[in-house]
Write a protein that binds this ligand. Sequence first.
Ligand SMILES: [Zn+2]
Length: 166
Amino acid sequence: MVDIFTPEQRSHIMSQIRGRDTKPELALRSMLHRMGYRFTVNGPKNKRLPGRPDVVLPKHGTVVFVHGCFWHGHENCADFKMPKSRRAWWKAKICGNKARDERVQAELRVLGWHVVTIWACALKNIHARMWLEARMPSLIGPQPVEEVISETWKVAEDETPYRVNS
Ligand SMILES: [Zn+2]
């Protein structure tokens, strides 16, 4: 079978494919665990709710998605660059993913869930994780959902994490 991707693209895809138990998800779980949150990653709600949330915190009525910056098209993020070849194909693919993310979040809000999206870049190094951990209670606790889901993170080249208002 002829591979339609270059080896470089292929390895990028393989590293970015959304799956369970990815490194950023594990980093998030260990952070939540250390902070004393009770959550599920493989419970009925994780399996049945729209979009199959990565983490469900039933007591808080909160669901969390960990989004890979490439696959979910994290704008203004150093970890997201549209591939140069097959650009139209990638653009359609990533736009489709983003549209699906929005639809899923809307469905969850209708069901009364508080939706938190955490970009993988907010978990990729110790500085980013410390920054995220400090904000975790306000993300997970009661807060207008709209504020939460519009939050995105970016880790700058010098690895000083900061918030991007989008
Ligand atoms: Zn990112």
